[in-house]
Design a protein around this ligand. Structure first.
Ligand SMILES: *[C@@H]1O[C@H](CO)[C@@H](O)[C@H](O)[C@H]1NC(C)=O
Ligand SMILES: *[C@@H]1O[C@H](CO)[C@@H](O)[C@H](O)[C@H]1NC(C)=O
Length: 277
């Protein structure tokens, strides 16, 4: 099995306030579908790897049964391509009916019964990065309530197809809307990744007040070069990034990658590439 784990930057506690939802006092850890499974929606030909409730239940079983949960890996996170291309007749987001026949709430219960938490994905634009329905300004309250009704525990709010002005309004508005549902929902903002990741464009003080974590920089890809590139960027910019982090508010360098090697691998060569999945 391929396991991708979220990796978060540890940093000393700064001085600013954190989003007051009581969550993520330590860096959240778990599993996110994107790096490996992307937007594979072909469940007919690729049932094991397609974005479906089975994939997330399978990963939940792995976290719960293989010792990951005990180490703190409790989030199982859906990324893009989970939803139907159409909202329902009341204007709400709905999961793809073929791939998530049980619905998101049932999936959340499956995780909760195993001591795990469910994360879902939305986007600040009219469309998500892969052109599924987004959550633009006028849909924020409705979609926050829908996620709360489904008993979701975390939201990754991406930024494709939105402009700087919409982001400036939308990211704080979603924070308020999640709070207003009354359900503590961890809030991951992709905002800084769309602003180049650094001050003065990025206001890390503000981010810490409205988000629990944020993607600072580009997506990780399935290569060691990509891992090193991200490590280098965090190293070079640590003076700006370190003070931003603390309990309840974290830099997110994107997923870590862990691959069990099928055959003994030379020590100086990390296991990598799809042949090891
Ligand atoms: C909402 O915000 C208030 C004040 O910041 C906080 O006390 C409360 O716990 C928050 N509720 C949720 C569900 O996040
Ligand atoms: C950054 O955000 C904080 C908190 O919202 C605010 O007080 C401050 O003025 C902002 N800084 C800049 C440079 O806009």
């Amino acid at each position: 099995m391929h396991v991708a784990v979220l990796l978060f930057a540890f940093a000393l506690t700064g001085t600013t306030l954190a989003l007051d939802n009581g969550l993520m006092r330590t860096p959240p850890m778990g599993w996110l579908a994107w790096e490996r499974y992307r937007c594979d929606i072909d469940c007919e030909n690729d049932p094991k790897n397609c974005i479906s409730e089975n994939l997330f239940m399978d990963m939940a079983d792995r976290l719960a049964e293989d010792g990951w949960k005990e180490l703190g890996y409790v989030y199982v996170n859906i990324d893009d391509c989970w939803s139907s291309k159409q909202r329902d007749d009341q204007g709400r987001l709905q999961p793809d009916p073929k791939r998530f026949p049980g619905g998101i709430k049932k999936l959340a219960h499956y995780l909760h019964n195993r001591g795990l938490k469910l994360g879902i994905y939305g986007d600040m634009g009219k469309l998500t990065c892969m052109a599924y329905p987004g959550t633009p300004l006028d849909k924020i309250e409705l979609d926050a309530q829908t996620f709360a009704d489904w008993e979701v525990d975390m939201l990754k709010y991406d930024g494709c197809y939105s402009n700087a002005m919409e982001q400036e309004l939308g990211y704080p508005l979603m924070s308020k809307a999640l709070n207003a549902t009354g359900r503590p929902i961890g809030y991951s903002c992709s905002w800084p990744a769309y602003q180049g990741g650094l001050p003065p464009k990025v206001n890390y003080t503000q981010l810490g007040e409205i988000c629990n974590l944020w993607r600072n920089y580009g997506d990780i890809q399935d290569s060691w070069d990509s891992v090193l590139n991200i490590v280098d960027w965090f190293f070079e910019n640590q003076d700006a990034l370190t003070p931003a982090a603390g309990p309840g508010r974290w830099n997110d360098p994107d997923m870590g990658e862990h691959r069990p090697c099928p055959v003994p691998s030379p020590l100086n060569r990390p296991c990598s590439g799809p042949e090891h999945s």
